[in-house]
Design a protein around this ligand. Structure first.
Ligand code: AKG
Ligand code: FE2
Length: 284
């Protein structure tokens, strides 16, 4: 494999702008509009559209599509069949700089997913993705304050109201116990705790954008209207966790990934994958 320095960069920047980390800590997310290089965006897009299951999904006839359990979404988790550009996302200098600044030196790659949403795709309600809050094993309780980061990539972007990402900035600061529902958050009941007005913001991002998100922050996705001018929205997510026991979906690392990983990347992959008994098995 080529050394890092001779690879064309996938992002326009290698380090976050000065105000990005403050925004992340204040809001629970920070967006990087048009952060991909031209070559990086073209390469990533081509890898997704060339991926056989995506090609097949996009070429289905309406009748074939109607037979699918979710006719308007292609989804795979983990997304292991990555080409050179999508592989490069995992430890691109910008990603590494952000993860070190927010999770510290000890963090791991958790898992990834790929999602293609067609016109007619439904909404996703407000939710958090920090799964240790949804389970009460000793392991889960101990992991709740650990950092869990989702990096969302939008190769062809989205406009407001068209499969757009919505966020409740500041909601990551509220401990997500059972009584903290999105409805209560938005009613103002927790504004004092967040020290700000918690309200929904619907984002809009151009092609080649990225969102760096604390998975404790409530977020949602708008449906994709049937008359959307964009035929489909592409979405890739890479998830990282502070070192520790498996999170939900912490994936097996494919043997081929391990073989070609350099020493730094190997440390990202050096963790136990999720298994149904990983949180309940007695600790020796
Ligand atoms: O589709 C999106 O923009 C975000 C989806 C989401 O909430 C997630 O993958 O956790
Ligand atoms: Fe989510």
């Amino acid at each position: 494999m080529m050394s890092q320095s001779t690879e064309p960069p996938i992002f326009r920047i290698d380090t976050p702008p000065a105000d990005a980390l403050a925004a992340f800590h204040r809001d629970g997310y920070v967006a990087f509009p048009e952060v991909f290089t031209e070559a990086g965006l073209a390469g990533l897009t081509e890898e997704i559209l060339d991926y056989a299951p995506v090609r097949e999904f996009l070429s289905l006839s309406p009748a074939e599509r109607a037979g699918l359990s979710n006719p308007s979404i292609y989804f795979i988790r983990p997304w292991n069949d990555r080409g050179v550009w999508s592989d490069r996302l995992i430890d691109a200098p910008l990603v590494t700089a952000l993860l070190r600044a927010t999770l510290g030196p000890a963090y791991h790659f958790c898992h990834s997913a790929l999602n293609v949403a067609l016109r007619g795709a439904g909404p996703i309600g407000f939710h958090q993705d920090h799964h240790h809050w949804f389970h009460t094993n000793a392991v889960n309780l101990a992991e709740r304050e650990k950092g869990y980061i989702q990096i969302l990539y939008y190769p062809n972007g989205f406009t407001r109201g068209d499969r757009s990402l919505s966020v409740i900035p500041g909601s990551h600061r509220i401990a997500p116990t059972a009584e903290v529902t999105p409805e209560k958050l938005l009613s103002g009941a927790f504004n004092h705790q967040a020290q700000r007005e918690l309200k929904v913001e619907q984002l809009e991002l151009p092609p080649g954008s990225m969102v760096y998100l604390n998975a404790r922050m409530f977020h949602a996705v708008e449906p994709k209207p049937l008359d959307s001018p964009q035929p489909f929205r592409l979405f890739v997510i890479d998830i990282f966790k502070e070192a520790g026991p498996p999170h939900r979906y912490t994936q097996e690392i494919p043997a081929a990934w391990l073989e070609r990983a350099g020493p730094e990347r190997k440390t990202l992959f050096d963790r136990e994958p999720y298994s149904p008994e990983c949180w309940t098995r007695p600790v020796h």
